[in-house]
Design a protein around this ligand. Structure first.
Ligand code: HEM
Length: 263
């Protein structure tokens, strides 16, 4: 091969390698693994939604709660009755399904269902714990979630005092925004001093999912306190997930009362 041509090829492959490296670096800084979460509560209808979007499991986790005697629903990436929605508590207590809404009429149950989960009831409130893959490869109609913090347009609706899936009142439906961030979650209150069982809040759900946080004891804020066998309990029903962390200072009655989550 002609020497000049071979030099030209070498410099071309070098340039290409540099180009690939630059692509890789910029890609890896933009798309870093993340846990993003958003929470919204609608009153006086008293429905809430906590969404945790987790890169490492590739899943979205939802905790959706509302009055046990009514159906309620959340639609994603829409401002009206079109597009992907999750309908909860319709017909029977514990029933939930995904729907592709198609206008101002009763949303149908999609042939493909991707959400799975459980539910429980306490104090006339029902809590659903659901999960599905972030990106839907099963149904082109199911919204693909992203872990990038964003302001997602959503809609919600609540039944007219019944689980029968009939039209909501005008005042029981609206468009809103689910703002998500990957900021450290707020402080949460623990716990039974003797056994270290945490009461579920949106925060410790995040802990359970991310498994990337440490605990600092409020009573001794200079020292890290890590916990073993910390079990995160939902408001009712069985524990969703449990995490085990390494214990540097064993929990005692005097150091286990309040914990602040830090990242
Ligand atoms: C049996 C089920 C349902 C029926 C028959 C129904 C029917 C209707 C009708 C006729 C309207 C226009 C009148 C109005 O403004 O109230 C409407 C509006 C609306 N509905 Fe529904 N709906 C149902 C379920 C849902 C669900 C599950 C959601 C949310 C996930 C929802 C969210 C909305 C919103 C945001 C509006 C106002 C924007 C729009 O007109 O599209 N609805 N619905």
């Amino acid at each position: 091969m002609n020497v000049r041509f071979s030099n030209f090829l070498n410099s071309l492959s070098l340039r290409f390698a540099v180009y690939l490296l630059v692509c890789f670096l910029s890609f890896s800084t933009v798309v870093s693994a993340a846990v993003t979460w958003g929470y919204i509560h609608i009153s006086p209808q008293n429905i809430s939604l906590l969404a945790i979007l987790d890169d490492s499991s590739g899943k979205i986790y939802l905790q959706a709660s509302g009055p046990a005697a009514e159906w309620f629903a959340w639609g994603f990436n829409t401002t009206n009755m079109n597009g992907y929605a999750v309908i909860l508590n319709s017909g029977t207590l514990g029933n939930y399904f995904e729907s592709t809404m198609a206008g101002d009429t009763m949303p149908p149950k999609d042939a493909i269902q991707e959400m799975s989960g459980s539910y429980c009831v306490t104090n006339n409130m029902v809590y659903y714990f659901l999960q599905r893959k972030l990106t839907s490869d099963a149904s082109p109609f199911h919204y693909s979630f992203t872990t990038q913090p964003t302001n997602l347009p959503i809609v919600w609706a609540v039944g007219p005092g019944t689980r029968s899936f009939v039209k909501h009142a005008l005042s029981d439906r609206a468009a809103d925004t689910l703002s998500s961030s990957n900021a450290p979650p707020p402080q949460f209150r623990s716990i039974s001093p003797t056994n270290g069982v945490a009461i579920l809040s949106m925060t410790n759900l995040i802990v359970a999912v991310t498994n990337r946080v440490q605990f600092k004891n409020d009573l001794n804020s200079t020292n890290w306190t890590t916990l073993t066998n910390l079990l995160f309990l939902p408001p009712c029903g069985s524990p969703l997930l449990s995490i085990v962390t390494n214990l540097s200072t064993p929990l005692t009655n005097s150091n286990s009362r309040f914990f602040r989550i830090t990242q």
